[in-house]
Every structure is written in C-alpha cells, then in structure tokens.
Design a protein around this ligand. Sequence first.
Ligand SMILES: [Zn+2]
Length: 340
Amino acid sequence: MPTSPDLSLYDPFTGMRFAHHCFLCGVPTPMPTDSVLVFAEWLLERYQLADLQIKLLDQSVLAYRDLRMPCCADCRQAYVEPLEQTVADAAQAGPAALRDLEGKTLFLWLGKMFYGVMLLELLNELDPLAKPLYPLAENTQLLRKLQCFFQVFQALRVPIEFEDFTPASIFVLKTAGLEDTIPFEYDDDLSTMTFSIKLDETVLITCLIDNGIVRQAMGRVYRDAQRPLHPVQVAEFKARVYYGAYLLNVVPDYFPRPTQPGDTQLVFDTLIDDVTREIFNPWENTGYGQSLQEMWKRWQIPYSEIMRDPQQPLSYLYDADGEPQTIETWEGKGTTGRPV
Ligand SMILES: [Zn+2]
C-alpha cells in the first residue's frame, strides 16, 4: 500500500524556532553537519564564490562557504538536493533551459536562498553581541510577511498546489555579452523580500510574496526587456522591480483547504488582505531615482545626472520617445525616458 504524503505544515515563527531545527520540517538538528549551504556547492564551484564574503545587516561579514542553514538529512536528500540538481542542470544547459524551468521551481530555488540569508540575519540577531542596525525580529510587519512567505515556501517539502495564483513575481533577463564582465552577482532587499541573482548571461529577479502583482504592473517593461540587455539596462530594470516592491502596500494571505483522508496534496487559496487599500503607494520619481543610483553604483552615475529632468529620470531601457533602445557599449550617455 502506498503511504500517503505527510501534509502537515510547519511554522517556525511560532516560538521563533530557527536555530538547531531543520528549516523545512522543524526536527531538531543538533549537529552542525545537519545543514545545507544557502548558496549551493555547485554555485560556489561554478562561480568560485567559496572565499568571497557577503555583508549582513549588522555589518558582520561571512564567507559564502560558511552560509549554512539547519536542515535534517531527510529534507536535504529528498527536497533540497533534487531542487539544486534541477537548477544546476538547467544552468549547465544554458540560459534557455533556465528560462524554461517551471515557475514553481524557480520560486522555491530563489526562495531557499532568500530564506537562508534571512535566517542568518535572524540567528545573528539572537547573538547578544550583535548590534543590528535594523533588528528584523522587532519588525512585526516583516515577520508577518516572512510567515506568509514560509507558508507557500513549504511547497518545497509538502505537495502544495497554488489555486489560480503564483506567489511571486519572477523575471528572467538575458544580458548582451559585449560589456558583460561579471558572471555572478547577487543582491537582495530583505524588507521588501526582493532578491536577484545573476548566473552568467541570465539574471533572475524576484519579488517573493506579491502574488505576481509587481510583474503585472511591469508588464510592458518586461515584454520590452525580452532581448539581450546591456548590464546598465539590467540594473535599471532591477531598480524598477526593487522600487515597485518598495511601493507595494499589501500582503497576501494564504489558506490551505481542509484535507480529506487519502488526499495527496494540499490546495492553497489566496486573498489580498485589505481591499480598501491602494495596492501601490504613489510612485515618486525622487525615490525611484535613488533606487536607480543604488543599482547604477558600478557606473557611478550621479543623482543629479539621473534627475536632470525631474519628470523623466534617466533611462537606458527607453529612448526620449519612450521606445525601447539598444545599448551596445556604455559611454555615459543616457536618455531621459519615461518612468513606467
Ligand atoms: Zn527536515
């Protein structure tokens, strides 16, 4: 007789149980070896990341090879390793294969890294010596979002079908090779749950718990971006996603349907909590300009240059007439395009 899958959900936020418990199922993981890398081994090898460091919110730095999250052997073998293998194979096969991955696979893969970084931040805060600038554990709104995220992220362990929704906005962009010199790049904004990772010429950007709202809002820009882009254009696209996620004013709720004996999966429904609120706070060009400046740091484009026309911040994606433009080499000249 086939055993029916375990459909019980786990909530680490009840009691804030993050240390020494499997991040997926919650069983105790007393040994440091009961863990998985946040950025998987294949990423560390492929992009030679092992000794590189990332900076946490409290300004402490950790090497990629030390970024681990507690995970029991069962979850590692049954869920985490197969997921990493699927994405590693796709990355090996090239950008088209990455792009063709199921949305849910990309969501879980990006979600795993995001959650891993978030866990490190949370665990770090429990260290009495740490003095975080913006304590996450005290940010109730963020914790609520994280809790919502974790509900759908459990699809990594529990068979869950999302009824008529996708939990996240996911964008897949492709860079043009001529001036693309950085094979791996990663950034995140934990407060808006936005995360971006570059694997060779593929750039994945996600806003993790918006039910696809940011992607809907960026429909035209995303369609226009379906072509090889100069890195400065990718950075502009990211600025739009990160700023859009910042303006997002709603958090979805998720509801597992009651199960019957013999069910082999859970079905989740979703609702946006408060329909009387505006979905997005108003777009402010000054705020968007700051997001651009941040994303364009590598090109050192001054804020004054970005905001030369306050009505139309600098754009490399669009020309002055609002038409998509092609940039092969960056010469420091952009056009003032239309904010979308
Ligand atoms: Zn587990």
